[in-house]
Design a protein around this ligand. Structure first.
Ligand code: SF4
Ligand code: SF4
Length: 430
């Protein structure tokens, strides 16, 4: 009935793959897992994109907890049924807040998901920095009171806040925005949160690394090892940067996530990834410059909503698996791709209140289930209508179909006015 493999949880952070439950940390193990994924109609990115992104060197890294439930899936005989699997896999992910602190970046990558990530100079730079200095502390004040979340076994575990840009290590924002944010988050959630700093890595120095670790950063997440990031996109440059980073991490006692003994993933840790074909972001979202440049290769089978960074489980506040994304304006979204309209603004509102106001709302429940095609059922949009609205031409004139386009259209045509009225109600101004 099942493929001849089983994924077994080893403690909380390590998995092994093998026909007898024994560790299989090799390429064959990964192939078996991939085979399992395909047999179950799961896309590898839903399960283990983090696992084989480095040519299979780390089949058992579950930094984001996405592999645990393969055991449940296998033992409950759900193989072949598409629907329950992504939910099961997502269910135990750690609660996560993806917090973009600044629009400032030293690059203008052609695949970037938001046009606003770019270099700024003079007055514009001042404005962008000031926006973050003003908004970020207020946003932190409006985050949940506790970042401890309950997993499916009832155990309390630490949630995670990923701070990101742009590039948060650039001088204009590093000391004036990033460090105060880390300190405020750290003192607010003493011992209750994993703090992750996402950076392209080329601005990281031993001194900055020390400064981050002194502020209790538990993971340095290096993004940008792909063919798009200028300066990293050539193999020789990528190799040189990787070696430089590895040496820096080793000297500071920062270990690669998933490379420790089973059950021990204690910080500080690092990981390295990029928008490569076999990752969950590899096909590129139909957003920002990726969209304008016609780079997204996603189709209707690529349900970004039902995957890491998507809308899946965003309403499951207080439980592992919930995730929202925040931008420097304070606007908050159920997914990193960002819906056409935000669900609220954390400069003015508490995240808990926003989430509570959306619970049981048919549109957001559909997003929460990772099934955006059903979001309009209560409002006269059948699944067929939604799928038809998911078709669009790219700026280059190529026909393109993806569920996020249908979501955009539904927001524009139906949801926009409803969101505003819910917001006014929350603010007591209706
Ligand atoms: S992809 Fe990253 S590095 Fe490139 S412009 Fe966007 S935020 Fe900056
Ligand atoms: S379908 Fe909508 S909610 Fe889901 S990931 Fe796409 S934009 Fe976000």
């Amino acid at each position: 009935m099942f493929p001849d493999i089983l994924a077994l949880p080893f403690g909380k952070r390590e998995c092994s793959i093998g026909p007898h439950g024994g560790p299989r940390r090799d390429a064959a193990g990964i192939r078996a897992l991939r085979h399992f994924a395909v047999r179950c109609f799961l896309q590898p990115k839903h399960i283990a994109s983090e696992l084989w992104r480095e040519n299979g060197r780390k089949p058992c890294s579950v930094a984001f907890g996405e592999l645990y439930d393969l055991h449940d899936v296998a033992s409950q005989g759900k193989c072949g049924s598409y629907e329950p699997l992504p939910f099961r896999i997502g269910r135990r992910r750690m609660e996560s807040i993806y917090f973009v602190l600044t629009w400032l970046c030293h690059r203008r990558c052609r695949h970037c998901y938001d046009d606003r990530f770019r270099p700024y100079v003079r007055d514009e730079l001042e404005q962008v920095v000031e926006q973050s200095q003003t908004n970020v502390p207020r946003i932190i004040d409006h985050l949940p009171e506790s970042m401890m979340v309950t997993d499916s076994t009832g155990e309390k575990v630490k949630g995670r806040i990923i701070v990101s840009g742009g590039e948060v290590l650039l001088e204009p924002v590093r000391k004036s925005v990033l460090y105060p944010a880390l300190e405020k988050i750290g003192s607010r959630y003493l011992g209750e949160v994993h703090l992750v700093v996402q950076t392209t890595g080329d601005r990281l120095t031993p001194r900055i690394l020390d400064e981050l670790l002194a502020r209790n950063v538990s993971t340095i997440s290096i993004s940008g090892f792909d063919s798009y990031h200028v300066g990293i996109n050539r193999p020789d440059r990528a190799r040189a940067l990787r070696e430089q980073l590895l040496a820096m991490f080793e000297a500071a006692g920062v270990r690669e996530a998933g490379n420790g003994p089973p059950g021990d993933d204690s910080p500080p840790l690092f990981n390295i990834f990029g928008a490569n074909e076999d990752t969950w972001i590899g096909k590129l979202w139909p957003r920002g410059r990726a969209w304008k440049n016609g780079l997204s290769r996603a189709g209707m089978d690529d349900n970004f909503c039902n995957a890491w960074s998507g809308g899946l489980n965003f309403l499951e506040k207080g439980r592992t698996g919930s995730e929202v994304s925040i931008e420097p304006t304070g606007d908050v979204y159920p997914c990193c791709l960002k819906t056409r309209f935000p669900i609220g603004n954390l400069v003015h509102e508490h995240l808990d209140d926003i989430i509570d106001s959306l619970r049981d709302h048919p549109v957001y429940e559909a997003i929460n289930r990772g099934k955006p095609e059903t979001m309009g059922h209560a409002f006269g949009w059948t699944t067929e209508r939604f799928l038809a609205e998911s078709q669009i031409d790219t700026p280059q004139g190529r026909s393109y179909r993806n569920l996020c386009i249908g979501c955009d259209r539904f927001h524009e045509k139906v949801l926009g006015p409803m969101i505003e009225s819910a917001r006014q109600e929350r603010l007591g101004q209706a």
